[in-house]
Design a protein around this ligand. Structure first.
Ligand code: ZN
Ligand code: ZN
Length: 334
């Protein structure tokens, strides 16, 4: 098959970026920025017009700006920002970036609009699906977020040169209006969180990005597993040569093909949580946001309070730490 003769664009560049804020060329005109707990992507050739895909975790604006400046020049604003979806780890730096680029339009699917225009919070996370990140997930704010007047409904307007050749693939399930981006010419896929390439439910894996493997959408924040399965089938049918996702390192070639096919073929056994709030029944949403939610189990309630308790303990420890620092320090000279 053509995979055997394909020259890997990953091999052609240095290596996986090990540092936060590190960049990695994935394919011609596609760069990944490694951010704390998520990825963002720059589309466009060096020095030319460009587009930002997703906007990182809170506090990551500086890393995104540095990567963009290095590639496209100082103060080069993007033609647009496109969101695969609006979860906190993909819009965390958006307010800061829009402050820097006040004229830039942000595009998301119509079904993401209620969560990005202050209308509705996302379906709440489910801490009962297993894993340390899942246990912490009640701390990840589900919104609502408000990016008016910047936010616009897809499709993006014609004329954004950096988006030429790219298609939107609707991949709902992890979020109601989740999209992936697909470039048929070289079979490059930006999958968002429709599937990911690390075990995002585990905090050590989410931080180390190991193991590197095709994995279900982050389970603690996936409220519709039926739709998520259909979306993975849709992406597997594209047979991507290389895929980058919202979490984890890129995957390509035969490993990607085989693992993605496996996930699609056995989704209900390996991906859909056997227990959990949304395993059997989805959150029901509309263009106005969340309509109904399956009830939270007693175990879910307990885990939610555990997560909130952990956060309060952490804040208390930090407060005491800084207080003792204050008391121990001498007044600085005027
Ligand atoms: Zn997400
Ligand atoms: Zn994510």
């Amino acid at each position: 098959m053509s995979n055997a003769t394909h020259r890997s664009p990953l091999e052609a560049t240095d290596s996986t970026p090990s540092a936060l804020g590190g960049v990695q060329q994935i394919a011609p005109g596609v760069v990944r920025i490694r951010l704390p707990l998520s990825n963002a992507f720059l589309l466009g050739d060096p020095g030319g017009p460009w587009v930002l895909i997703d906007a990182g975790t809170p506090g990551s604006a500086g890393m995104i700006l540095r990567a963009a400046e290095q590639r496209f020049g100082t103060d080069a604003a993007p033609q647009a920002i496109v969101l695969t979806h609006g979860h906190l780890d993909h819009i965390g730096a958006l307010h800061a970036l829009l402050h820097r680029w006040p004229g830039v339009a942000v595009y998301a699917h119509a079904l993401e609009q209620p969560y990005l225009t202050g209308q509705s919070a996302y379906p709440p996370p489910d801490p009962t699906v297993g894993g340390s990140m899942s246990a912490l997930s009640p701390l990840f704010l589900p919104g609502p977020f408000d990016f008016r007047p910047h936010i616009h409904v897809l499709p993006w307007p014609p004329g954004a040169a950096a988006l030429e050749g790219w298609e939107v693939v609707n991949t709902p399930g992890h979020a109601p209006g989740h999209i992936s981006l697909w470039r048929p010419a070289d079979r490059t896929l930006i999958a968002g969180d429709a599937f990911v390439t690390t075990v995002q439910e585990s905090l050590p894996a989410a931080l180390s990005l190991r193991p590197r493997t095709v994995h279900r959408p982050p389970a603690y924040y996936t409220p519709d597993w039926e739709a998520a399965r259909v979306s993975v089938e849709r992406l597997a049918a594209l047979n991507p040569q290389i895929a980058v996702t919202g979490h984890g390192d890129p995957l390509e070639g035969q490993v990607l093909t085989q693992e993605l096919e496996q996930l699609a073929a056995h989704f209900d056994e390996v991906a859909r949580p056997a227990q959990g709030r949304y395993g059997a029944r989805p959150a029901v949403t509309s263009r106005d946001g969340v309509l109904t939610l399956p009830p939270l189990t007693a175990r879910g309630q307990a885990l939610r309070w555990t997560g909130i308790g952990l956060l309060l303990l952490l804040l208390l420890r930090l407060a005491l730490h800084f207080r003792s620092d204050d008391q121990g320090s001498v007044n600085p000279p005027e």
